[in-house]
Ligand binder design. Sequence first.
Ligand code: ATP
Ligand code: MG
Ligand code: MG
Ligand code: MG
Length: 568
Amino acid sequence: MRQNRMILPTLREVPKEAEVTSHKLMLRAGLVRQLVAGVYTYLPLGLRVLKKIENIVREEMNKSGAQELQMSVLQPAELWHETGRWDDYGPELVRLKDRHSRDFVLGPTHEEVITSLIKQEINSYKKLPINVYQIQTKFRDERRPRFGLMRGREFLMKDAYSFHTSYESLSETYDEMYKTYNAIFNRVGLKFRPVQANAGAIGGSGRNHEFMVLADVGEDTIAICDHCDYAANLEQAEAHGAEVAAAGAAPSTEAPAFEKIHTPNTKTIDQLVSTLGLEAQTFFKTLLYVVDDKPVAVVVRGDHEVNELKLKDLFDAKTLELADDATIERVTGAPTGFIGPVGLKNTALVVDKAVAGVQVGVAGANERDYHLQNVVPGRDFALERVADIRNVVEGDTCPSCKEGKIEFYRGIECGHIFELGTKYSVPINATFLDENQKAQTMIMGCYGIGVSRIMSAVLEQSHDDNGIVWPLSIAPFQVHLIPVNVKDETQVKVAEQLYTRLQQQGIEVLMDDRDERAGVKFKDSDLIGLPVRVTVGKMAGDGIVEFKVRQTGESKELTLEQAFEEIT
Ligand code: ATP
Ligand code: MG
Ligand code: MG
Ligand code: MG
């Protein structure tokens, strides 16, 4: 492509609205332009990068045996009512009405649509397992869209959904996706870590990993062991906490013995504790400082502002001292309606009865201003034992290998894989007939990648003071060809020849045929950051060009033939 005609508006000045390096670079190098907060136009250079990332994702997904399809962005509200997410998803869900006043959403994710499709089209165990994916625009009305493509309100995601007859089969596909994600993130040139994620966000009962790109601007804090592969996200459950209520395990058949208690005006734990007549000190000591040999179970899901702050303070407390053998558990399944929006919205607080003689188990009643007392973990909902990631402090001994030291890093979540279980197939009633012609509920997994977010993540990791340093695999062009003076006929002739020849070899070349000063061209070239620069200058008459590698800065003079060899 010829730069002279291209919409490639580079900027000298650092745009004021951009806070982080990747955002500054994508504006300065003319990759994108903002239309409105969190919504972007991809300019030609940026679009080429996006398509390359997309294709790497597509190739690796296809290699894994997944099938590509494409679902609509516009989705009828009925489907979202079926799963309960119309009410649970919150303000991130973009809702709209058609001319007949029927409700619709713009898909933030596609579990509802795919599950209802598979329910229609697949009826027999013979057709399972199946893994389908799409690369499609998503809409989320994020509270704080920011950092360019990092947190958009309209963004590109690869989302895959698998359907199974058994948990073993789900586990196999999950492993396959885990491998595929590693391959994808390696190919796009990122330094990343798969980490154990908090189960709260989407709900579901099984394994759950995030693929974190290590970068200081990342919004997540992850604990990584310097010795083994232990890595976990410290993020607390948020956003869709209420969904946990609808997830997983079946309600217990044993009659519940808990008591529903009116707890008005309990916006903080202190207030709750006092309304319930508990001794606050005991309560908190139990929660945080018990050093008895008794297990402690704490389950906290909060998105209430006041509450979140308090709980966060608790968990950030560096003085946290739990007995070595204290057990921290999380809810993995609860009967619908058991835990959910309550006085402490979306918060369930459970203290194991066995602890230090404190006879208390408190949970939200899924009803504003009510709580349940005397709930029994294990009876009233399932608890899964987890390594207590919140209990981990920088410099601690690794809870997994007990040898390494824990270090904290910041991470950008670029991918997320889940063993969903039956969270969506139950409400949508997606079943298949087994060998005995008996209807069974399908078991699901889901797997997301932030395709556009990857572009931001790469820029955070691959740049220097002069601009972008593209990894070859996703560079918008491989070669930047620069005739220094376009008024010099020899230079132009040599450059044109090289341009044609390289293109014939399938090399992607951007030729800076602009009538600009050399300094301007070189500055722009560094900023745009293509892997190889070939400068056609004063020596062009002798058939000599300069060959420079962006990443190392290493440069040499080569004959045209050598340069051609070097590139191809
Ligand atoms: P986050 O924690 O950053 O809000 P999420 O957990 O809500 O992300 P998922 O529902 O797991 O996101 O979606 C799958 C992937 O889509 C994420 O791992 C991320 O890479 C990408 N993604 C999610 N939200 C955005 C966004 N607002 N802009 C760009 N990419 C996003
Ligand atoms: Mg989110
Ligand atoms: Mg997340
Ligand atoms: Mg996620």
